[in-house]
Design a protein around this ligand. Structure first.
Ligand code: CAA
Length: 385
């Protein structure tokens, strides 16, 4: 379906393919083993000016929009789901500033992120506040011209690599989600502590950490948007635009798994012929390819809706995330099946796709939460129709 892509889309896709071939594919298996961060890929992205393509031009980015970011993420994840994640999680961390920051905050932080000088992470979830993000326990108290943050965050993706964090804490627990307030916290701030790194099933090159705030004092100028109580909305608005790029990660992983399965089944000989010549195998490949293409088009539709400034993108964004990431898991599992016993061994690259796919159904809102978002939107629309 290249016909539907613009020159710009093809430009970013080609650049991402080059980076995937030169820098990601040769590293993917090693980083999966060692858990090291893909600094050389980040450097290559920096050199090409790609670290903040989603950031508006006024703040040093390319203003390239969500579809181009999704295309980049898809191509990178086709080579390695973990490395794709290390890239787009900077968009997750920076969207609260883009969508809700003051002019001063945008000017202060976005240019360094766009240049790749600073990496940023998103600290919303906690041990007991995952799907129910609004029940977070981190607190922020105004003290003079500052806020003092106390609390413990979990699942801070890119935690150990980031220099900046958008942190969500409540200034008034009695107000529920209306007390939640976001802050931009710099890593060097006294009272910020990087905690335990999780030992993950997949995306193993991504440092996912606990982050702790112990009397962590930030100036009131770090209060996102300059007003208390808007944090939950900022988080939800961010997730609405972020879910399509997790969905794109799913499409990339699924396409990468399909590429490998196709290659393998064409070469693998059994009963005196290539196994791809059997109809049973062709039907599996056909279903996998159909699902990947359907997922891709839904993700692009969601990203185009955001880029077109559509008013309410929660439903289409959640739909893209559910469909593409469920597809990633199904296609990667079928790809392992097509490799037979070899698919189950670490000597072959395919099992990594299955491990990497799994997280996409879980993070940035489990796929059960996405269905809740879709269901609520359907009922809302139905009532107003
Ligand atoms: N945009 C703007 N505002 C929104 C909104 C949206 N999409 N969704 C809800 N809101 C507003 C509501 O209008 C409401 O505002 P008022 O107080 O003014 O009425 C307020 O937010 C509360 O809304 P709800 O009552 O609907 O909130 P809820 O508590 O029922 O939660 C939820 C809704 C959709 C389940 C939400 O909690 C959610 O998305 N949970 C999943 C969280 C998640 O995705 N976490 C992943 C974090 S990132 C990660 O995984 C790690 C990583 O780094 C990759």
């Amino acid at each position: 379906m290249d016909e539907l892509l613009t020159k710009d889309n093809l430009y970013y896709r080609d650049l991402a393919r080059q980076i995937a071939d030169q820098h990601i594919r040769p590293l993917a298996a090693e980083l999966d083993r060692t858990g090291e961060y893909p600094w050389s890929v980040i450097k290559a992205l920096q050199e090409q000016g790609l670290m903040g393509i989603w950031i508006p031009k006024d703040y040093g980015g390319e203003g390239a929009g969500l579809l181009n970011l999704c295309i980049m993420c898809e191509e990178m994840s086709r080579a390695c789901g973990g490395i794709g994640c290390t890239y787009v999680v900077n968009a997750l961390g920076s969207f609260p500033i883009i969508l809700g920051g003051t002019e001063e905050q945008k000017k202060k932080y976005l240019p360094d992120i766009a240049e790749g000088k600073k990496l940023i992470a998103f600290a919303l979830s906690e041990k007991d506040a995952g799907s129910d993000a609004g029940s977070l326990k981190a607190r922020a108290e105004r003290v003079g011209d500052d806020y003092v943050i106390n609390g413990d965050k979990k699942w801070t993706t890119n935690g150990a690599a980031a220099n900046l964090y958008t942190v969500f804490a409540s200034v008034n627990p009695e107000r529920g989600t209306r007390g939640v307030t976001a802050f931009i916290v710099e890593r060097e701030t006294p009272g910020f502590e990087l905690g335990k790194r999780e030992d993950l099933m997949g995306i193993r090159c991504v440092p996912v950490n606990e982050t702790h705030f112990r009397d962590c004092r930030v100036s009131a100028s770090q209060l996102l948007g300059g007003a208390e109580g808007r944090g939950f909305k900022h988080a939800m608005m961010t997730l609405d635009v972020a879910r399509p790029f997790v969905a794109a990660q799913g499409v990339g992983i699924a396409q990468g798994a399909l590429d490998l399965a196709l290659e393998y089944t064409k070469n693998r000989q059994q009963f005196g012929r290539s196994i791809a010549s059997f109809q049973g195998i062709q039907f599996m490949l056909a279903d996998m390819a159909t699902q990947v293409e359907a997922a891709r088009q839904l993700v692009y539709a969601a990203a185009r809706a955001v880029d077109a400034g559509a008013k309410d993108v929660s439903k289409i964004s959640a739909m893209s995330k559910v469909f593409a990431t469920d597809t990633a898991m199904r296609v990667a599992t079928d790809a392992v099946q097509l490799f037979g016993g070899y698919g189950y061994c670490r000597d072959y690259p395919i099992e990594k796709y299955m491990r990497d796919a799994k997280i996409t159904q879980i993070y940035e809102g489990t796929n059960q939460i996405q269905r809740m978002v879709i269901g609520r939107a359907l009922i809302r629309e139905g009532a107003s129709a």
